[in-house]
Design a protein around this ligand. Sequence first.
Ligand SMILES: N[C@@H](CCC(=O)N[C@@H](CS)C(=O)NCC(=O)O)C(=O)O
Length: 206
Amino acid sequence: MPTLYYAVGACSLAPHITLEWIGEPYETVKVGYGSEELLAVNQAGAVPTYRDDDGWVLTQAGAILEYLAHKHPAAGLAGGDSLRQKAEAHRWSAFLTSDVHAAFWPVFMPYRYTTDTSDAAKQAVVGAGHQLVAKQFSVLERHLTGREYMLDSGRSVIDAYAFPMIRWAIKLLPGGLRDYPNVQLLHDRIAADGAVQKVLEREANA
Ligand SMILES: N[C@@H](CCC(=O)N[C@@H](CS)C(=O)NCC(=O)O)C(=O)O
């Protein structure tokens, strides 16, 4: 059976939601970052890590989401088949991986961004991270103006990908989503989905 290695509330929530939307059987394994169990399948010690039913292992959230969307075309989560629809899906997946996710790193792990061990230095890194996240959320906010979902084709894996990052922003950004009403609407739309609620409950109780 396909297996997803995940950590609670991490970016692995995106493939977890996607697997639930697809509706085919799958297993999940809750892991700690850098744990022996995770290192055995992914030397980076990071989630998400996906193992297919024949043992093939895939890492990188964007790649896993794209793979799942195309492996299960009937679920309609890829964002469309035309050249430009594929390019748009790739564009927003890359934006989430490289711009949004990366902007959170200084907030989550400030000690990786300074060799100064003082609290003041760490707070300065966190503050810079907040500014970077805000910059990326402004891009997201503008893109979502007049749109229900990230891609014009409707709900897709890109919405599942945005969801954990929006949850981080709610929790970590000073002011939460106050300045991002369209992002809030996307969040609420996804959070209202029964499959998403099931996944959140499973992760919370694992
Ligand atoms: N570029 C990777 C990043 C994966 C990643 O760093 N995931 C975080 C959780 S959101 C993690 O496992 N962090 C553990 C660590 O950095 O040690 C991807 O997009 O899948």
